[in-house]
Structures are given as C-alpha cells and as structure tokens.
Design a protein around this ligand. Structure first.
Ligand SMILES: [Zn+2]
Length: 407
C-alpha cells in the first residue's frame, strides 16, 4: 500500500550526533524513522519491549520520497545513478513550469548495457561511448535528488524536488543538568513543510510518498495502528520543540505495472541494440538481437549484501528458482549502513552498503511466466540483509529507464 505523509511542521531527519554543530535534515523520510516513531508511541503506552518488537515487525516500512503537492501528482522517486543532466543547463526539460526547464535529464542505463554487451560480442566502434547534451552539445554529468511525475491535461511532466531549509541557532541543553551548557550552540537546519509549486508558482505543501506492506496476517491491523501512531507522534529529532508533526493518508500512485515495465525495458533494449549495432564497424559479426530477458534491480534504500563466502560486497547475487544470477552491469557507490536497535536502544554496528539509487542488471534465460512471479516477490520483499530495518528496498525496471530521450 502507498501512503502519503504530510508534514505540519519543519522536519529534522537523519542521524543526529551529540557533538555535531550543524544538524542538516535529510530531504526524504527513511522508513526506519517512521518505525522508530511507532516504537516510541508503543513505549509511551507502556507496551513491553517484546510486544513492541512483535508489532513493529508486522509491517515493512519503505522510504518516503518528497514531492511538491500539485494536481496530477503520480509518484515520487529518487533519481538513479544512471541519470545524467547537461553540465551547462541541468534539470528536466519537461518541468511543468517553462522558466524552470533545463536541457533535460537522460537515463543512460540501456544504451550503456547495449554498448557493453555488443562490445563483449566483439563489436568495434570508431568512437567511444559518450553522451552529450542534444541541445547544446556540452558534456553531461550525474543528476541527483528526488523527482516526481505529474500528469497535467494528459501530458507527462517531471519535476525535481526543491527542498527549503530553515536554519535556526539554538542553545543546547545539557541532558544531565537541564541547563544551557555554556558555549554550546547548534544550528538545526530543518526541512520546510513548504516548497515552490512546480505548476502554479508560489508555494505548496511538501508530501512524502512511500510503501508500507504487511509481513504477516495481522498486517492489516498493524497498518491502522502504525498510521495512528505516526499521526500522533512527531518524527525525527527534537520533536518536543515544534518539529516533526505529520499527518498520514492513503496515496493513489499510478506507475506502470511490473509486467509492463519488464516488457518496455526489454523492448527498448532490443531497439537500442539494433541502433548501436548498426553503428559498429563490423555489424555482420554481431548477433541480430540480444538473448534472454533482462531486468534491473534499482535500490530505493541502501542495500547490504554478502558474496557466497560471506564477504561484504556491493554486487548482489540473486537466487531465483535455485539459479544463481550475477549482475551483468552495475552502477553503484559505497555507503555506510548504521542503525538503531528498537529493542535495546543501542546503535547497531555499521556495515558496508550499496547506496540508494544503485542499479544492477541481470539476464534471465528461464521461462518468462515464472520470472514475473519471482520478481514480484523481490519487489515486495526487497533484497539483501536487514530488510526489516528498511535496507534493500527496490523497484524492478524503474520507470526512469523506460524512456531514452531527454525528459
Ligand atoms: Zn545542454
């Protein structure tokens, strides 16, 4: 189920270290923060720690991504590591408001995949793989952040989320003496509940959209309790001082179905294969078409993986129907996964993780119909370790890969 979280107050989201002078908020709500708020709510009801643990593991709470609230909002997601924008005029060419438009953001995953696989088949090219801006011919660089898709009068638009931060210097209170500790000032930089309206100008509300899924038969009831808890608790840091109140409602998200995404991914890949093959110096030596079915696993939260020997790795191996699948292409960067144990209030050890927005492409040589069921489960359950803490949340064939033109 998709939910929408609307902040009523500024939010301070992220890991707050006691020695930090600046407390910058994240621009999205990690699922673990929501789970923490739920656990704290239960604790206030004098629920035992075993019961808290039992209740909060009945739901898988994903990350919630920000968007400017406006009519026609379809979904909000992080940009992936394959997204590139013009160095000179970055940003979407399909922003709803003309004065915000850049030269466009492209997704290079499928062109790179076709180029690399053709090269592996012995293709020779007279030029290296290089993508330039189609409007000004300047170089492209990785684009980062969160974006949302809006459908306005039947036309699809992309809008980058533009966070606003409030900075306010406060005097730190000593936890023990309840007094202002001398000289200790800190600047919390909180995420505003308002953001520029991408359609009409002026300001609009920020909303966060994410997935929550039951993991047990009691999930339905847990969902109601979770929603109640999050609406009553403040989320994030410093929630006793005018930060972190939110409301929760159901969200209507419309994204192509998994089956449609896999079909479109493979169709576009075949098309690019033909196009790039025709650019090779030796096209007749190369296969007419790619073999097998291809799909990507796109991380919506950091992923924690180990190889067959138990060594931490950034490249996940999938086991589907007893077959081991290794990624044939990946775009990833390292991150550190930390965490906080709800049960005993202690930090968990940090682990190597693949960053949010990482992409792994696999090839499947088995039958098509069994693949859909397997990938549906993967998209629901996530990938890798510590999934109950929100690590390894993923989409299969992220909709961003499905259009190759600048958008
Ligand atoms: Zn350009």
């Amino acid at each position: 189920m998709w939910l929408k979280i609307k902040p009523q107050e500024p939010l301070l989201l992220g890991v707050i270290r006691p020695d930090a002078q600046f407390l910058p908020s994240l621009a999205y709500i990690p699922g673990r923060i929501l789970r923490g708020a739920w656990a704290e709510w239960l604790l206030r009801q004098r629920t035992s720690s075993e019961e808290i643990l039992r209740q909060v593991t009945r739901l898988r709470i994903g990350n919630f991504f920000p968007a400017a609230e406006a009519a026609g909002l379809r979904y909000a997601l992080p940009l992936l590591m394959s997204a590139m924008e013009c160095k000179r005029h970055g940003g979407f060419a399909t922003e709803p408001s003309p004065n915000r438009r850049g030269h466009g953001i492209v997704d290079i995953l499928l062109p790179v995949l076709a180029y690399r696989l053709l090269e592996a088949h012995g293709a020779r090219f007279s030029v290296p793989f290089l993508i330039r801006c189609s409007q000004c011919d300047d170089r492209m660089e990785p684009a980062e952040g969160f974006y949302a898709v809006y459908e306005i009068r039947g036309v699809k638009h992309h809008g980058m989320f533009r966070p606003r931060f409030h900075a306010q210097t406060k005097v730190a209170l000593s936890r023990h003496r309840r007094a202002a500790a001398e000289g200790m000032l800190y600047t919390p930089s909180a995420l505003s509940p308002y953001t520029p309206d991408p359609v009409r100008g002026g300001s609009t509300r920020v909303v966060f959209i994410g997935r929550v899924a039951p993991t047990s038969p009691e999930g339905e009831e847990a969902m109601a309790r979770f929603r109640e808890a999050v609406s009553r608790m403040s989320i994030g840091a410093m929630h006793t001082r005018g930060y972190g109140r939110v409301s929760v409602e159901e969200a209507t998200v419309s994204m192509p179905s998994l089956g449609e995404r896999i079909r479109a991914f493979n169709e576009l890949f075949r098309q690019l294969w033909l196009d790039i093959r025709s650019l090779a110096l030796n096209p007749e030596a190369l296969p007419q078409e790619p073999k097998g079915i291809y799909f990507s696993v796109d991380l919506l939260s950091p992923g924690i993986f180990r190889d067959a020997d138990g060594i931490p790795t950034l490249k996940p191996t999938l086991i589907l129907e007893g077959r081991r699948l290794e990624p044939i292409l990946w775009m990833t960067r390292p991150d550190m996964a930390s965490g906080w144990s709800t049960a005993w209030g202690l930090p968990k050890p940090t682990q190597l993780a693949a960053r949010m927005g990482s992409i792994f492409v696999y090839r499947w040589d088995g039958p098509e119909d069994s693949l859909l069921t397997l990938l549906e489960a993967l998209e629901q359950e996530g990938i890798g370790e510590r999934r109950d803490e929100g690590f390894g949340e993923c989409l299969i064939c992220h909709p961003f890969h499905l259009e190759v033109e600048e958008k």
